[in-house]
Design a binder for this molecule. Structure first.
Ligand code: ARG
Ligand code: ZN
Length: 844
């Protein structure tokens, strides 16, 4: 039941217009469609097939005459004229029973839709593929006070609203929302003078949580005009917040629908990190208007065409709004945690996959985040000016089209005259390249020797050399830069690059700004790392040097029971007290590699990771560090208290991040005394949550846990935090119990993906707890995935990736996990989504 990219054929019929009427009723919504079809001159057959799943067909007509089409579980087939014709149908659907949150469903009494990727077929019969684009007119009938769809409103009256979207779009961008909603309104005037009405629609009671999101939207609109020359193209832009949502948000034309956690915010209920994420997601969805909607994907294999580019654009936006180095470092931490993990396990797949069973399983870190890295590499290879030219040409040439990666690369080839055939391998071959480097100095010439190798991934045994942009700078012994950043373009399996005219052997700073998503392997010593941490002018590599010191020290602690590395402890102190450095950067540099990252490194070295030992080493290092730099931590804590009124901007967030990193160290020494003070006096969620987390860590959190609940029990997004943090901070002995206990709490709701993730997502981010030797973590997760699957296959399937690292572990753990994978697979009626994920993870 897999679909292959190589089997693509153009659609048999194209759609000129669609008229939809919705008669809303919770359990019996009628959808009446009138679709103007025309044979596609490019088509290879005349088979008239419309997708449709779970629909009750009431009637169907072609050119006004009733027909009796053939109905299959996947859709409808009919005999049609060999000329343009009108297809009409009436179907009945049950939004109230739709717990999968795909198609038309209900969330807190409000109707809403999620159609990407293939949800429109659960609404009515239609060619539900992105290369069929059409103009939609939508009439909504019902008693909801607010009824929205795409485009501009053309008529409105008692019990109905009519919307028209003039921009042709694929069905996955269709959206409808109806309910008792309140708007936070604003306006924006585009560069060419279009006056746009902006709204964020929320449930009554949430109207005070929209201001920041609205500012983010206006900033995004301005930024896209200034940086990409892209303007908004309708008179209304609506955003709606929905509590039950499988993903973060969705870019439906003119009617973006958001998981409420990705748009609602107040200082009291949201952390600095929440604010930054909300700003980025609002930008992301808005940017899709050009990269996704005006230019969409030909088929779902091309998903990275819109997602990689849009993630890249939103990361540029965040870099411009906040700190570029901090954003880059955070993105690389995330890339390694999620994408490298995926790329080096059984779920590895190319940025553009060649086949899939269920497309919803491919909204992955590889398609999104590695997809964005490919755009960054391309830009680095061609340069900023050529990148901008290529994007202009892309928008001009492909506006209104459904495109492929080939179209995208051709634009760059045309603009630069480069041959991008080798670059395309990045899209087609899975796996993270290992880049080995050694160096040599002779007669004033310094040479770097590189070798690249990508290990096999499922279904791809042999990998070819890729083009790798390697940004390199050279430092002199006193820390001066003897060679500014230069991008070396590696194209061979092994290749050397020389720098001459040097007075002495330089210290190399390699892969600056993380110029390619590869694993850099270099034999080096702590002295060099400490040197780079102190002197590198590239902020990313400066951070990276500290990270490597920490990681190697931890690995020695885990493997040889070594003591914490004094070189690391010295270096980190020096860096933490360097007032020339941005506090946000210092906070990041105080971070340590995660348990999972260490497990990945050990496995990479041929060592079977022991989750318990990894956790212990981290604890030991944190405790030693806290004792050793307590005084410094207290200084930092005091020096970085924010006294100005709360603002979630980069400056204040950075100060709080550093102060709270210091608080975490202090709490390991004072048993939580200072954290308790901060908890009691906090007037914003960042401070409150940081303090509570330190208290939990110190084993002194009970009173705060209760107080937090009492204070916030009416706020579901804060209660999500209340669920996760307790599980994250449970001791590894009790992680599984904490998750089960909370899953049985009165506020747990299996139908709400945010709450489910707050519980079980938290459990699996604690490897020592999840991988408890008894297997209880595995059992609890499998139990709940089996329960969730019949209700919500998409969210179940996503969470299966908790098991994707199972091959790293010892035989006992592997046997335990395999038994759980088999138990999930043996569940009668298991969804296609989950079946595909578990099968791929398990392997044969
Ligand atoms: N296109 C959306 C975004 O990137 C994600 C929606 C994915 N939905 C899904 N069911 N797979 O913002
Ligand atoms: Zn997206």
């Amino acid at each position: 039941q897999a679909v292959y990219l190589s089997d693509y054929t153009p659609p048999a019929y194209l759609v000129d217009e669609v008229h939809l009427t919705f008669r809303l009723a919770a359990e019996t919504t009628r959808v009446i469609s009138k679709i103007r079809f025309r044979p596609n001159p490019e088509a290879q057959n005349r088979d008239f097939f419309l997708h449709g799943e779970g629909l009750s067909l009431v009637s169907a007509m072609i050119d006004g005459a009733a027909i009796t089409p053939e109905i299959t579980p996947e859709g409808l087939r009919a005999v049609v004229p060999d000329a343009p014709f009108t297809f009409q149908a009436e179907v009945e659907i049950n939004p109230a029973a739709n717990t999968a949150l795909e198609g038309l469903y209900m969330s807190n009494g409000m109707y809403c839709t999620q159609c990407e990727a293939e949800g429109f077929r659960k609404i009515t019969y239609y060619p539900d593929r992105p290369d069929v684009m059409s103009v939609f007119t939508v009439r909504i009938e019902g008693d909801a006070p607010v009824m929205l769809s795409n485009g501009d409103v053309v008529a409105q009256g008692d019990g109905f609203a009519e919307w028209h979207d003039p921009w042709p779009k694929p069905a996955y961008l269709f959206a409808l929302v109806a309910g008792d909603l309140i708007n936070h309104p604003d306006r924006f005037t585009t560069r060419s003078g279009r006056d746009v009405e902006l709204n964020i629609w929320v449930r009554p009671g949430d109207e005070g949580k929209c201001a920041f999101g609205m500012e983010a939207l206006k900033k995004s609109m301005t930024w896209d005009e200034e940086v990409y020359g892209r303007e908004y193209d309708l008179d209304i832009f609506n955003i709606v917040a929905v509590d039950d949502f499988n993903m973060g948000a969705m870019e439906n034309k003119g009617l973006n629908i958001f998981n409420s956690s990705c748009v609602l915010s107040t200082a009291e209920t949201s952390t600095d990190a929440n604010f930054e994420r909300i700003e980025a997601i609002i930008a992301h969805e808005y940017f899709h208007n050009w990269t996704g909607n005006r230019i969409t994907c030909r088929d779902w294999f091309q998903l990275c065409l819109k997602e990689g580019l849009t993630v890249y654009r939103d990361s540029e936006f965040t870099s411009d709004m906040r700190s570029a180095p901090v954003k880059r470092i955070s993105d690389v931490i995330d890339l390694r945690a999620r994408q490298f993990r995926e790329d080096n396990g059984p779920l590895a797949h190319p940025v553009r996959p060649a086949s899939f069973v269920e497309i919803n399983n491919f909204y992955t870190a590889t398609v999104y985040e590695k997809g964005a890295e490919l755009i960054g590499m391309l830009k680095r290879l061609v340069g900023d000016a050529a990148y901008r030219k290529a994007l202009d040409l892309y928008f001009e040439r492909h506006d209104g089209q459904a495109c492929t990666i080939e179209d995208w690369l051709t634009v760059f080839e045309n603009v630069t005259g480069r041959d991008l055939a080798q670059f395309k391998r990045w899209y087609e071959e899975a796996g993270t390249p290992r880049l080995k480097v050694s160096d040599e100095f002779k007669d004033g010439t310094y040479t770097l020797h590189f070798e690249q190798e990508t290990p096999p991934t499922p279904g791809q045994e042999v990998k070819q050399p890729r083009v790798i942009p390697i940004a390199v700078g050279l430092l002199g012994a006193n820390g001066d830069e003897v060679q500014a950043t230069r991008v070396l373009e590696m194209t061979q399996a092994a290749q050397s690059f020389s720098f001459d005219g040097l007075a002495a052997r330089p210290i190399p700073s390699i892969l600056r700004d993380f110029s390619a998503p590869v694993i850099l392997e270099r034999d080096t010593d702590n002295a060099e790392r400490a040197f780079l941490l102190a002197h590198d002018t590239d902020p990313f590599n400066k951070w990276e040097a500290g990270r490597a010191l920490a990681r190697d020290g931890l690995i020695a602690m885990i493997r040889e029971d070594a003591a914490p590395d004094p070189a690391y402890l010295d270096a980190v102190q020096m860096m933490a007290r360097d007032e020339a450095l941005d506090p946000a950067f210092r906070a990041l540099a105080l971070g340590l590699p995660s348990e999972d990252e260490l497990a990945q490194s050990l496995f990479e070295m041929g060592v079977t990771p022991d989750p318990q030992a990894i956790w212990q080493a981290l604890e030991r290092l944190r405790n030693t560090r806290a004792k050793q730099i307590e005084d410094l931590a207290r200084e930092l804590y005091t020096a970085h208290q924010v006294t100005a009124p709360y603002r979630p901007d980069a400056e204040q967030s950075g100060a709080r991040a550093l102060a709270n990193a210091a608080l975490a160290m202090i709490s390991r020494v004072d048993g939580g005394a200072l954290a308790a003070q901060q908890f009691d006096s906090a007037d914003n969620m960042t401070q409150q949550l940081a303090a509570w987390s330190c208290l939990l860590q110190a084993g002194a959190g009970d009173a705060a846990t209760k107080a937090f609940y009492d204070q916030w029990q009416q706020d579901r997004l804060v209660i999500d935090k209340w669920f996760s943090l307790q599980i994250v901070h449970a001791s590894p002995e009790h992680t599984a119990e904490a998750a089960s206990r909370l899953a049985n709490h009165a506020d747990f709701n299996i139908r709400n993906p945010n709450r489910f993730r707050a519980t079980f997502g938290a459990m699996v981010t604690s490897p020592a707890g999840f991988h408890h030797a008894s297997g209880k973590g595995y059992r609890v997760l499998a139990d709940w995935l089996i329960r969730l699957d019949p209700l919500n296959p998409q969210t179940t399937a996503r969470m299966c990736s908790a098991f994707e690292t199972w091959r790293r572990y010892d035989d006992t753990r592997q046997t335990l996990i395999k038994a759980e994978l088999d138990r999930i697979l043996a569940t009668p009626g298991l969804s296609r989504d989950t079946t595909e994920m578990v099968t791929r993870i398990r392997g044969v």
